[in-house]
Design a protein. Structure first.
Length: 242
């Protein structure tokens, strides 16, 4: 079997997330449908992670196997010509047969965008948050998330995973042009985890003892202890490392 890896970008605004979910419109479903049109066969498309409804991607990774030998340039061109305008295959290459986009990933990085003034150009891709943001303070508080920790308080209650430990290797805040960026890297992420972390950190700025608040959120292991999740539209899967 030939195994092909793709890097994909998409605007998740109109989709119910990455994963195929019955009759709902999803990214994975659209790509599988497009591959069938081009290759004339059904494939099992494996993504590196399941982005939620409304979440975007700059560097989603996915792979599929087929008996066919693919002309990579021609295939990518053909695939992009039948995919919707809000989904694009950036690159494709052949990899070892045992490569698995999800299980072989070592680190995933997400970014979250915040705008502080109303803009028609940012409204679909950032969280409009006009309140004052102390980036230096957020940078210090974000250190509390570094390391291997139980993230039960930062994932949706509906999450069915038994292991809720994630190892966060990097967290940073910075401003570039008109936008504030939150960037986080970890070995894995739970359902709704990044949005809950951002909401909790923003909420901590309003409190007298923000460090104690965040530590208590971790200790509680209850989602209701953390801050409200920020909107999905500001979240991007930035890159996946192997």
């Amino acid at each position: 079997m030939n195994n092909y890896r793709m890097i994909i970008q998409y605007d998740g605004t109109k989709y119910a997330g990455w994963q195929i979910q019955g009759d709902q419109k999803t990214i994975q479903k659209e790509i599988v449908k497009a591959i069938k049109i081009v290759l004339k066969e059904d494939v099992n498309l494996i993504g590196s992670g399941r982005t939620d409804a409304g979440v975007h991607a700059l560097g989603q990774v996915a792979n599929f196997r087929t008996d066919k030998e693919i002309d990579l340039f021609k295939f990518r061109f053909s695939l992009n010509s039948v995919l919707p305008d809000d989904i694009s295959v950036i690159s494709i290459n052949e990899v070892e047969e045992n490569f698995h986009s999800r299980f072989d990933a070592k680190r995933r990085t997400y970014i979250y965008l915040i705008s502080q003034f109303k803009s028609p150009f940012y409204k679909n891709y950032s969280y409009f948050y006009p309140q004052e943001i102390d980036l230096a303070k957020l940078q210090i508080l974000s250190r509390l998330f570094i390391g291997k920790k139980n993230y039960s308080s930062f994932c949706k209650k509906s999450s069915e995973v038994k292991n809720r430990y994630c190892e966060v290797s990097n967290v940073s805040w910075f401003k570039y042009a008109d936008l504030i960026y939150f960037k986080i890297s970890a070995d894995r992420f739970l359902h709704g985890m990044v949005r809950a972390i951002v909401g909790t950190l923003l909420n901590s700025l309003k409190l007298e003892n923000p460090e104690e608040y965040i530590n208590q959120v971790f200790i509680s292991e209850k989602r209701e202890a953390a801050g409200e999740a920020v909107p999905a539209k500001g979240l991007f899967l930035y890159k996946v490392e192997y």
